[in-house]
Design a protein. Structure first.
Length: 318
């Protein structure tokens, strides 16, 4: 067990014991702790040399309290006992200023069944910085070599991230999840003999380094630039259209905020009051899959400890 893990456990145990002694584990009074830590590495190369290199690590602990129907909140980036003690005091002081609401609830995690997701690549995270730079350099070289009409690579990058979330309820029950990601991206410029130029790019995201395919990304980036050479604007017409998955995602993107429960409750959503109404083609089905294998935001639970599910948002246009 490394030092950071020990410090994290100590901080969570300190807060749990103090809040329980204050009675926030009985008679409807509750608390919830949320610890998050994330680290990242980002490399971008250009013309065979490292252009930018950044590394960062962030961590913090948030505290929510529920006392006499009043919700309080505070957080700290410092895990020393003094800072944790101040954060607890602040959360309780804020709760005193809030109005009591019978709908304020902090749940428990003991009675929930959480899906098992395996998306943390310890081996991939351990590769050297030189190897990470090498991935970006080889991606740039492969993109340039794909076709002589690829004249420039605007940017070739490798990114890596590692994150951990730990939640603790009033009884001291802990749930946690760690995940990693690895990504490559490249953009390039293709030029024709007549001097016309087009830009294209591609990228890929995986939880495990071994699943990343920079060669495929370089080819698709070059193809995306090359296929635009000589293109012209089509006349206005009504006809069947075949869309790339990325384009379809962009078209659906404008609807994402409309599925927010908060926006629906505040009547900010285009879909407010439309539950059960057919609004789309019967060929359209949209699913919010919180446990999608290799999904960019897949997790066993959300920020409140509720198990993530596979939830239909649109079924056959309804």
């Amino acid at each position: 067990m490394d030092k950071q893990r020990t410090d994290t456990d100590r901080a969570l145990d300190f807060c749990t014991e103090k809040l329980q002694k204050l009675g926030l584990n009985r008679e409807g009074n509750k608390f919830e702790l949320c610890f998050e830590k994330s680290s990242s590495v980002s490399v971008e190369v250009q013309d065979g040399k490292v252009d930018t290199l950044t590394q960062s690590t962030d961590q913090g602990l948030a505290i929510r309290t529920l006392k006499d129907g009043k919700m309080g909140f505070s957080y700290t980036f410092d895990l020393s006992n003094a800072s944790l003690d101040k954060a607890i005091t602040t959360a309780l002081e804020i709760s005193e200023l809030m109005k009591a609401d019978e709908n304020n609830v902090l749940g428990t995690f003991s009675n929930s069944n959480y899906p098992v997701l395996r998306d943390h690549d310890t081996e991939g995270l351990a590769i050297s910085l030189d190897d990470k730079i090498k991935v970006a350099l080889e991606l740039e070289a492969a993109t340039k070599a794909y076709d002589p009409r690829i004249k420039r690579v605007r940017g070739s990058g490798f990114d890596q991230g590692d994150g951990t979330v730990i939640l603790v309820d009033s009884s001291g029950k802990k749930i946690n999840h760690s995940s990693s990601y690895f990504a490559v991206n490249v953009s390039c410029v293709a030029e024709d003999a007549d001097g016309s130029a087009e830009m294209g790019g591609d990228g890929e995201y995986m939880h495990f380094l071994k699943d990343l395919n920079p060669g495929k990304v370089s080819h698709l980036a070059a193809k995306n630039a090359l296929e635009l050479l000589g293109s012209t604007k089509a006349s206005t017409m009504k006809c069947p259209a075949v869309l790339k998955s990325s384009v379809a995602a962009q078209l659906m993107g404008f609807l994402t905020s409309s599925f927010s429960a908060e926006n629906i409750d505040k009547n900010f959503s285009l879909l407010a009051g439309k539950l059960g109404t057919k609004l789309f083609s019967d060929k359209i089905t949209l699913i919010n899959d919180g446990i999608l294998p290799n999904g960019i935001a897949s997790a066993p639970f959300d920020a409140e400890g509720t198990p993530c599910l596979t939830t239909p948002l649109i079924e056959n246009g309804v």
